[in-house]
Design a protein around this ligand. Structure first.
Ligand code: GLC
Ligand code: MG
Length: 554
């Protein structure tokens, strides 16, 4: 049954937004890589699930050195994903189904195969073409040393030296990520103007907004000073308190103000979402001030250790920080960069997983992880604000932790010399039907990454209509969330008589949410049970479970 798009310009304040990773959602042409026509044929899955919008990870022309986050043409579709005509059809179908469409914008860097970068190489030092990127002379004798000590988020140095057209060793260019992702120079007005045009291009095609990749990174500290700390991984800096010269510089905000007013020309309901690993929440809130972006992913929530007191603190801090600037919080547990929550929460509490999980790493306890993950999902979907769901989590898909080295494609794996398993394990093609080759992902049976051997059980059609399945839990949660206005109502913490410190309990509207995080059984409060993440026996809430109870606020 088609849903109706919330008419209000404020639809995003409580929206549930589903992330599609195009490579891995559905493949229509049998090459083993998902594509836009594949997505279009499966969009009804999302209305059945009950989400409001989709966010598509990049499908633009790209050498795919970082799975499409290395764009060589921002105004076209990569042939592997289809054509612009396919995109138009996707948007029309989404409209018909009442789904909004958000696309990814990658402004921090281009591909090294982007025409601009090729021109920069050809034009040589000091040219306006080089000014669009971050070229610098090297340090030391002959300029043989990189300009500073910055490290790439994907391991290794953040600088690569070029060979000038006369064959001599030349300047260095900055890349916070892979060497095939040269950073743009956002001090350059030509760069800013170009991105205005790119935003307009997609807005003219009818998109509802943009997820802004590496939003904290566009502007670097003046003079590109050495960083006393070598940060180690994609999601942030190491433990030292020094503010990184690479990220979260005050200059980034002018870019988003400019974009906000550009979007406003297209109507009040177009949105910007920041991917900004910034802490604490009060600093993140600067990205969602009234004249900047609309939302920012809440990585603090994703990264929060599975402990009631930590969760309570993060939730309170997030609501306060975003609330102080009039923005909704977002609630995120999964995406294409992080170990899936079913697996992450199956490791000892607080285990660091930013490098991914491979066969040589400690393996998660999936039974425990799934219980905890579902308990967290029912916390997430009850919280006021906007919630993000990453494809596959609605069937409880785990991280693929047994991918063989030769299958791995994340540049992080190669750049770390295999030390970091990388992010492929959360990017494996979705199983749709059990038993068939590729489990319905591709008509040819091919998949660009192998699915897990026992993944029949995670096939969407194996869970549809099955009582107690993860899929039906998500569907019920999304239906009740809508019915009870959970994303909109305010949150009040509740202290339940007899509940210990492992219990998280809060009231939103007419719903009391009780989560037993770790701990033991929790006596069940009075009221009608609307939904529970685990079977309730003997009138108690078991450990690692969340229940939604209908009860008027005290
Ligand atoms: C963001 C993306 C990630 C990508 C990186 C570089 O963090 O989410 O997938 O590798 O930016 O573009
Ligand atoms: Mg394909």
């Amino acid at each position: 049954m088609p849903q109706t798009t919330p008419p209000s310009a404020d639809w995003w304040r409580s929206a549930v937004i589903y992330q599609i990773y195009p490579r891995s959602f559905a493949d229509s042409d049998g090459d083993g890589i998902g594509d836009l026509p594949g997505i279009t044929t499966r969009l009804d899955h999302l209305t059945e699930l009950g989400v409001d919008a989709v966010w598509l990870s990049p499908f633009y022309t790209s050498p795919q050195a970082d799975a499409g986050y290395d764009v060589s043409n921002y105004r076209d579709v990569d042939p592997v994903f289809g054509t612009l005509a396919d995109f138009r059809i996707l948007v029309v179908r989404a409209r018909d189904l009442g789904l909004r469409v958000i696309v990814d914008i990658v402004p921090n860097h281009t591909s090294d195969e982007h025409p601009w970068f090729k021109q920069a190489l050809a034009a040589g030092p000091g040219s306006p073409e080089r000014e669009r990127y971050m070229f610098r002379d090297g340090r030391g004798p002959g300029g043989d040393e990189p300009p500073n000590n910055w490290q790439s988020a994907f391991y290794g140095p953040a600088w690569t030296r070029v060979t000038e057209s006369d064959g001599s060793p030349g300047q260095w260019y900055l890349h916070l990520f892979d060497a095939k992702q040269p950073d743009l120079n956002w001090a350059n007005e030509r760069v800013r103007a170009e991105f205005d045009g790119i935003l307009r291009f997609w807005l003219d095609l009818g998109v509802d907004g943009f997820r802004v990749d590496v939003a904290r990174g566009l502007v670097k500290a003046d003079g590109l000073p050495d960083y006393p700390v070598q940060f180690q991984h994609a999601s942030g800096e190491s433990g030292l308190r020094t503010r990184s010269p690479l990220f979260d510089q005050p200059g980034v905000h002018a870019v988003y103000r400019r974009w906000r007013s550009l979007l406003a020309e297209y109507g009040p309901d177009k949105i910007l979402v920041a991917e900004a690993h910034v802490r604490p929440p009060s600093r993140l809130a600067q990205y969602v001030r009234p004249d900047e972006m609309h939302q920012a992913f809440n990585f603090e929530f994703l990264d929060c250790p599975y402990r009631a007191r930590d969760l309570r603190a993060v939730i309170t801090e997030s609501l306060d920080a975003c609330g102080s600037v009039g923005a909704p919080s977002t609630w995120v547990l999964n995406n294409h960069d992080d170990v899936r929550h079913v697996s992450r929460l199956g490791l000892p509490v607080g285990t660091w997983t930013d490098d991914g999980i491979g066969p040589r790493d400690q393996q998660p306890d999936l039974e425990l992880g799934t219980r905890r993950a579902l308990a967290m999902t029912l916390v997430q979907l009850a919280l006021p604000g906007s919630a993000y769901i990453y494809q596959g989590e609605e069937v409880g898909l785990p991280e693929h932790t047994q991918l063989p080295d030769q299958a791995r494609q994340d540049p992080m794996f190669a750049r770390s010399g295999g030390r970091a398993a990388g992010r492929d394990g959360c990017r494996v093609p979705i199983p749709w039907e059990p038993g068939t080759p590729a489990r319905g992902f591709s008509p040819s049976g091919r998949t660009w990454l192998p699915q897990g051997e026992d993944w029949d059980r995670y096939a969407v059609s194996a869970q549809r209509g099955v009582d107690g399945s993860v899929y039906e839990l998500y569907r019920a949660a999304l239906r009740l969330r809508r019915e009870y206005g959970l994303g909109i109502a305010a949150l009040q913490w509740v202290t339940l008589p007899g509940a210990g410190e492992d219990v998280l309990s809060f009231q939103v509207g007419d719903v009391l949410v009780v989560a037993s995080i770790g701990g033991g059984d929790v006596p069940m409060p009075a009221g009608d049970v609307l939904l529970a993440s685990a079977p309730l026996g003997g009138g108690a809430l078991p450990p690692d479970a969340t229940v939604w109870i209908r009860r008027r606020a005290a």
